[in-house]
Ligand binder design. Structure first.
Ligand SMILES: [Zn+2]
Length: 192
């Protein structure tokens, strides 16, 4: 395959560098904490839809550098100077216009948010990459009665504003699943 950047790398990543939305893909201790919290929610009557768990570091690498090159935030040679094992991509086509066009095909293929929607490149490291974060949508009707890990019961009223639902965050934290309050679906081992 052509090692130069371009949309064939999107197809490659969709086979070799996939993200997971399975709880079983999470890191051991966080996985057990999530399993317990989700079981508590579901047995109280909530519906839990998981959209993302472990993110592929190879995919994150392709997101990061394609975004930076496509937006003129680095030279293609800078990306080639920071290779990732198992990804034999060549970012520098020997011509800036072509290098940028190859990277742009990838940002489009991956559906990355570009300026002004997102002014930062996708991160190279995150709790998702370490298997210690989960994105999930939790829904119910009315008020749930949820046990904390110490056995105390908590009433949690439904609100669509999950980032403001402090009683729910408290129950999650008691099981080691902590809310990031700026990102609606995101929970992690440390709240980041
Ligand atoms: Zn997340």
């Amino acid at each position: 395959m052509d090692t130069r950047s371009g949309d064939h790398w999107v197809a490659w990543a969709n086979i070799h560098a996939r993200n997971s939305n399975r709880i079983e893909a999470l890191e051991g201790s966080f996985r057990r904490n999530v399993e317990t919290f989700v079981a508590v929610l579901e047995s109280a009557g909530a519906r839990v839809d998981v959209s993302a768990t472990r993110r592929s570091p190879k995919r994150a690498y392709l997101f990061h550098w394609s975004w930076k090159i496509a937006n003129g935030k680095c030279r293609p040679a800078d990306a080639d100077a920071a290779p990732m094992a198992g990804v034999g991509i060549r970012w520098d086509h020997g011509n800036d216009l072509q290098s940028r066009s190859g990277a742009l095909e990838m940002t489009r293929g991956f559906g990355l948010a570009m300026p002004p929607r997102s002014i930062y490149p996708p991160a190279l490291t995150s709790n998702h990459i370490a298997g210690r974060a989960i994105d999930m949508d939790i829904r119910w009707k009315g008020t749930l009665r949820l046990p904390r890990s110490d056995g105390g019961m908590v009433s949690v009223a439904w609100t669509p504003a999950v980032n403001a639902n402090l009683p729910l965050h408290g129950v999650g934290a008691s099981y080691g699943v902590r809310k990031l309050r700026s990102d609606a679906p995101h929970w992690s081992f440390n709240g980041r």
